[in-house]
Design a protein around this ligand. Structure first.
Ligand SMILES: Cc1cc2nc3c(=O)[nH]c(=O)nc-3n(C[C@H](O)[C@H](O)[C@H](O)COP(=O)(O)OP(=O)(O)OC[C@H]3O[C@@H](n4cnc5c(N)ncnc54)[C@H](O)[C@@H]3O)c2cc1C
Length: 512
């Protein structure tokens, strides 16, 4: 059996039969099987937009020999009689627990929020009535922050190919579209993510894993650098290893850990607004036309640099998606974005944020606790402005020219807009950087300036980072690990899951 890689250009609306014919022609035989390895849209020339496909073909009479398959994650199983407690069921915590359970540990996964069905109901009620639920919201609950997202699975992290492969395979086995293995910009969609998360939980439980919802890690009991017990609700739980994977929104968990001697430092992070446009305008800007057969909705990724000092960039674009109220507690008003698999909503949204260091904002060196308080106060100030969850908004043009917004435009945001001088509500250094960035984006993407901005976008990345060893162990501790976005070393679904998997493999290595 021979093997060959072929590169194919296919029209955007190609049919399976057309693809098959093209593959057979290129392979020189119809006695073959094939697998798409990569699929990306080439939209560099608006007059000739097409898919680029890299395809591995196996068949009789084809010349080459197959490649050695890439090494995959090997999880060694044995009964271990060791207990691991993991706090947080986001991608980092869940995948750490899943891998450890498969390896024969007794794992208990605790999650402060609700299971996904109840979470879905709490979010629906919030969007209808404005009644916030601390256990069922966009940040907290089963599957973590990414469950109600666009489910983009891109990651710039290096050296995570085995972990990524394990993650992607697990997602596909749990019902995610198989194309996430080969799309250049894969996404699952919020509608699919909910069942993926539930199916993964079922598998974890079938392996014997225990999961407790609406259960919060509130304290750690220490003895000579070892965590001996975790305080959860009113009870304590002993374990051999503890993994904290709380994401970066659980400020009180951070504070508790800092109080117990876990060392953190401040780091660069990003804040800004979420830009919303009509999807048809983004399609026209990117493709020259409003609809393209075989492609869901146009995306954009924009970067700029204000005064050569402050990076400004679009973040977490959700084509055909919705801007959502992403409050993490009752007195906070922030926004984020999500979309369903079909990406067929009328609007496109993306974060538009400026990178900054907490010290630059304060004009002096700040501690991690001060950085957290600063961010939390900013998030509260947006709540106080609206006295609720209406999103403070202005047009991009208003922001650039400092003019008060006059009309309330159409939006996907469910809890209403409130005209606001966003340029005054953000720190001056951020406003300046965003203005320069927005002007640049408008030059580079036709019609970008016709969009609106909704505030506040504050969850792009964490302003603090744990001091941890390469293994993920918190410095100065023997058995306390911190994983995922809350550690400050990961950001996004894939890199957070990979971080959790790596930590699980470290613990397995210690016990083998
Ligand atoms: C609306 C939205 C859309 C997003 N879209 C994308 C996207 O398309 N692609 C992408 O890659 N990334 C996206 N992200 C970011 C991504 O979701 C996060 O980077 C990722 O989920 C981080 O994983 P994590 O496991 O480290 O933390 P999280 O997913 O934040 O999970 C942490 C979990 O810990 C729980 N928890 C916190 N404190 C405690 C405690 N003390 N005790 C018990 N449980 C606790 C929380 O309830 C939460 O469920 C999005 C985020 C949001 C909010």
């Amino acid at each position: 059996m021979g093997f060959k890689i072929i590169e194919i250009k296919a029209p955007t609306g190609y049919s399976e039969e057309e693809l098959r014919n093209q593959i057979v022609r290129e392979a020189g035989t119809d006695d073959c099987t094939w697998q798409i390895e990569n699929k990306s849209l080439d939209a560099r020339k608006k007059s000739n937009i097409h898919w680029l496909l890299r395809i591995a073909v196996h068949g009789q009479g084809i010349g080459g020999t197959d490649r050695t398959p890439a090494a995959s994650l090997v999880i060694p199983y044995k009964p271990r009689n060791k207990r691991v407690m993991i706090a947080g069921s986001g991608p980092a915590g869940f995948f750490a627990a899943f891998v450890l359970q498969k390896a024969g540990f007794d794992t208990v996964l605790i999650e402060r929020g609700a299971e996904v069905k109840k979470r879905e109901q709490g979010i629906a009620r919030f969007e209808k009535t404005g009644e916030f639920s601390p256990v069922a919201n966009y940040s907290f609950g089963e599957g973590g922050a990414g469950t109600f997202s666009d489910g983009k699975l891109t990651s710039r992290s290096k050296h995570i190919s085995k972990e990524r492969d394990f993650f992607v395979t697990s997602y596909i086995e749990a019902g995610a579209p198989a194309e996430i293995r080969y799309m250049a910009y894969p996404h699952v969609g919020s509608d699919n993510l909910r069942s993926v998360v539930k199916n993964l939980r079922d598998q974890y439980q079938q392996y014997g894993g225990e999961i407790r919802f609406e259960t919060t890690l509130t304290d750690l009991v220490l003895q000579h650098g070892r965590v001996v017990e975790a305080v959860i609700g009113g009870e304590t739980m002993a374990a051999d290893y503890f993994i904290a994977a709380p994401g970066h929104s659980a400020y009180e968990t951070y504070r508790m850990m800092i109080g117990r001697g876990v060392a953190f430092r401040t780091k660069n992070f990003a804040i800004g607004c979420r830009a919303e446009h009509r999807q048809e305008n983004i399609n026209r800007a990117q493709w020259g036309i409003e609809k393209l057969d075989g492609v869901k909705a146009a995306e954009y990724r924009l970067t700029s640099e204000a005064d050569g000092k402050h990076p400004v960039y679009s973040f977490c674009m959700c084509p055909g998606g919705m801007v959502i109220p992403a409050a993490t507690s009752r007195d906070i008003n922030i926004v984020n974005g999500m979309s369903n698999y079909r990406r067929n909503g009328r609007f496109a949204n993306a974060g538009c944020v400026a990178g900054i260091h907490p010290d630059q904002l304060a004009g002096r060196k700040v501690t991690p606790l001060e950085a957290l308080s600063w961010l939390e106060n900013l998030e509260r100030s947006f709540f106080e402005f609206s006295n609720g969850y209406q999103a403070p908004f202005c047009t991009i043009s208003d922001f650039i020219h400092a003019t008060e917004p006059r009309q309330i435009p159409e939006t996907s945001y469910p809890l209403g807009l409130k005209p606001a001088p966003l340029w005054k509500m953000l720190p001056p250094v951020v406003t300046h950087a965003l203005r320069e960035g927005l002007k640049d984006f408008n030059r580079r993407l036709r019609g970008y300036g016709d969009g609106i901005l909704l505030g506040l976008e504050s969850k792009t990345s964490s302003p603090i980072q744990a001091l941890r060893e390469k293994t993920g162990l918190c410095e100065g501790f023997e058995n306390l690990f911190i994983a995922g976005e809350g550690s400050g070393y990961a950001g996004g679904i894939v890199s957070s899951a990979a971080d959790g998997i790596k930590i699980a493999m470290q613990i397995i290595g210690k016990e083998d």
